[in-house]
Design a binder for this molecule. Structure first.
Ligand SMILES: Nc1ncnc2c1ncn2[C@@H]1O[C@H](COP(=O)(O)OP(=O)(O)OP(=O)(O)O)[C@@H](O)[C@H]1O
Length: 236
């Protein structure tokens, strides 16, 4: 079993600590959701894990080997792909070029195969492969952003806000894709504003409150502790 282990992680933003020594693990083949009120520190946590912002102290290990301090591209190459908040795409490139720039396989044949795998997950993208990404709907852009993670054949995917601003039918499709990812062995760390959706998808949950972890356990345990669950949305 593969895992990301986070130990006593501290992160500073604007010179002030916003994550205060949190520890948790994300395991392969499982969806773990990170919940918390606005400003609790969810984005800061995942940005630190993916190398987008520095870690003030603590360690992040992938299968026992430290990856903290590595550049984002290196962390991606090591098997941890981030789907950043806001379904950003390269608007002036086609859907297919957006996906291909994110492929990591050294062989052209391997990259084509990875592309076909993404089109199998998201046939909508195959149908629009030549279309400029700027012309896509928000949901289709999120599929491209997730496709850019899938095409790298990651061991772990970190998804910062799956459903933000998207229609329920599209969210259902994206949620299915995450389930497929987990079933294929990928470990998923999911930030999601809708707790019910997050807890339906995830087997495990973490709750952040003002940069501190106040809950780590199964989704069922969290559902059975409504005061923590509600606190997660009210106490920033
Ligand atoms: N660029 C920044 N500079 C300074 N402080 C920041 C910066 N970004 C975030 N913060 C602060 O860090 C803390 C954690 O913010 P973060 O965005 O990680 O929380 P979040 O849980 O992802 O919230 P949201 O759901 O609103 O995105 C907040 O107090 C926020 O004001």
């Amino acid at each position: 079993m593969s895992s990301i282990e986070v130990d006593k992680l501290t992160v500073e933003r604007g010179g002030k600590p916003v994550i205060h020594g949190i520890s948790f693990a994300v395991t392969s083949g499982e969806i773990t959701t990170l919940l918390g009120a606005n400003g609790a520190g969810k984005s800061s946590t995942v940005m630190a894990l993916s190398g987008a912002i520095p870690i003030a102290s603590g360690t992040v290990k992938l299968d026992g080997k430290p990856i903290n301090g590595h550049a984002p591209d290196r962390i991606r190459g090591e098997g941890v792909a981030l789907v950043p908040e806001g379904h950003r795409v390269l608007g002036q490139l086609s859907v297919e070029d957006n996906l291909m720039v994110a492929a990591l396989d050294p062989s052209a044949a391997g990259r084509r195969k990875s592309l076909q795998d993404v089109y199998e997950i998201f046939p909508e993208l195959s149908e629009r492969r030549s279309q400029l990404a700027s012309n896509l709907s928000g949901g289709q852009k999120q599929m491209v952003a997730m496709g850019q993670a899938f095409i790298a054949k990651p061991r772990f995917m970190i998804v910062d806000e799956l459903s933000l601003g998207l229609a329920p039918t599209v969210v259902k499709r994206l949620a299915e894709a995450l389930k497929i990812a987990a079933q294929s062995g990928i470990g998923v760390l999911l930030i999601e504003q809708f707790a019910n959706l997050a807890l339906d998808l995830a087997g495990h949950a973490l709750v952040l409150e003002r940069g501190k972890l106040v809950f780590a356990g199964t989704s069922a345990e969290l559902r059975a502790t409504p005061e923590i669950l509600h606190g997660a949305y009210l106490s920033s």
